[in-house]
Design a protein around this ligand. Structure first.
Ligand code: MRU
Length: 347
């Protein structure tokens, strides 16, 4: 399985997700400014992976701070966190990881040089924990997948796979666990316009591991459901409000509506760090809007007439009523029961 993020000697290696599947290129990140840019330009993407990358970003920034004064060090660290936090607004794992790093710095009563070492260890811990978390999500998912038929066709959207996490994935983690347990016939992957994470990344991960995958364009999902080709939908999440409303890649919401219309269970797979208990409902989730060129251009080729206007939200919010269960590392919960997890959240 691919390691999208690796700490190597004194820097971070990121697989460049903007160049997959054509090229497997690793980018070296040695400064927090470069890490912020890598998150913004989606060299690294997917909510948990963004969180891990940002945690390393804090350390990369911390090690450059030239002061022995703790107060000055901490205020400089806040500025670094602000830059990293300004990159992508929707994925709450970014802010969760930054908060955890800053809290560690504030609460560790050590001199600046030792504090820097503690920050690197904390980033490595966040990284390692995410991999374990994804494996636990995969196992929990297995217990809630429909019992019939024995072997399932699972539809997923975007890429919530190894690439979007420290490895293994959330939604694709459930798929991987189902495949290992002999419960999967095939994955249907939505291509996921406009950036095609399904076509480029999910398909790449599945093909590499020999998991049968059929690519469909986004508009084909309801048709496949109507034809009885889909037994469950499993997607990831960028932010889940306390009531279970879930922000995920644009196109997720209409998938949930179509699943309900066809009586197909719709699952969200996400770590506890994706739940934002500060928000009462999905209406409060900030939705990132991206460059319209993502819609009107493929490579260097412009697809649309000049003069047309654009709207390019990167995420939508699926209301909790459409979600059968939210699969976390602590088990699967009905959206109404999410509050049971509140006190488990580390930050
Ligand atoms: O814009 P992206 O590619 O970062 O969006 C990714 C998604 O929407 C994923 O489904 C989500 O982050 C969960 S990743 C485990």
């Amino acid at each position: 399985m691919v390691d999208p993020i690796t700490w190597k000697e004194d820097r971070v290696l990121l697989i460049d997700q903007t160049r997959l599947p054509a090229e497997e290129v690793f980018v070296e990140i040695a400064t927090y400014q470069d890490m912020a840019q890598a998150i913004k330009t989606m060299i690294v993407r997917g909510a948990p992976a963004i969180g891990v990358a940002a945690a390393y970003g804090i350390y990369l920034g911390a090690r450059e701070i030239q002061t022995g004064d703790r107060g000055e060090f901490l205020s400089r660290l806040d500025e670094i966190a602000q830059l990293l936090g300004s990159t992508r607004p929707t994925a709450v794992n970014l802010f969760w990881a930054l908060d955890r790093m800053l809290k560690t710095a504030r609460e560790t009563a050590l001199g600046v040089e030792h504090l820097k070492e503690v920050l690197l260890e904390t980033a490595k811990t966040i990284h390692a924990e995410d991999l374990q978390t994804c494996k636990a999500i995969g196992d929990c998912g297995l217990s809630v997948l429909p019992a019939n038929p024995d072997k399932l066709n699972i539809l997923t959207h975007c890429n919530a796979g190894a690439l979007a996490t420290a490895g293994y994935g959330t939604a694709l983690g459930v798929v991987r666990s189902a495949w290992s347990a002999g419960r999967l016939t095939r994955v249907f992957a939505d291509e996921t316009r406009p950036r095609l994470q399904g076509a480029k990344l999910t398909a790449w991960e599945c093909v590499r591991e020999g998991i049968p995958v059929t690519l469909i364009s986004d508009g084909m999902a309801a048709h496949c459901m109507q034809r009885g080709m889909i037994h469950a939908v499993v997607v990831g999440a960028d932010r889940i409000a306390s009531n279970g409303d879930t922000a995920n890649k644009i196109g997720t919401y209409h998938l949930a509506i179509a699943a309900k219309a066809h009586n197909i269970p719709f699952f969200v797979a996400a770590p506890l760090s994706t739940i934002d208990f500060k928000l009462a409902s999905g209406a409060e989730i900030p939705i990132e809007e991206r460059d319209p060129a993502e819609i009107y251009q493929v490579g260097e080729t412009r697809l649309t007439p000049v003069g047309v206007e654009f709207y390019n939200p990167a995420f939508d919010v699926t209301p909790a009523a459409y979600i059968a269960a939210i699969i976390t590392e602590f088990g699967a919960f009905a959206p109404a029961d999410l509050n049971q997890l509140r006190e488990k959240q580390a930050v």
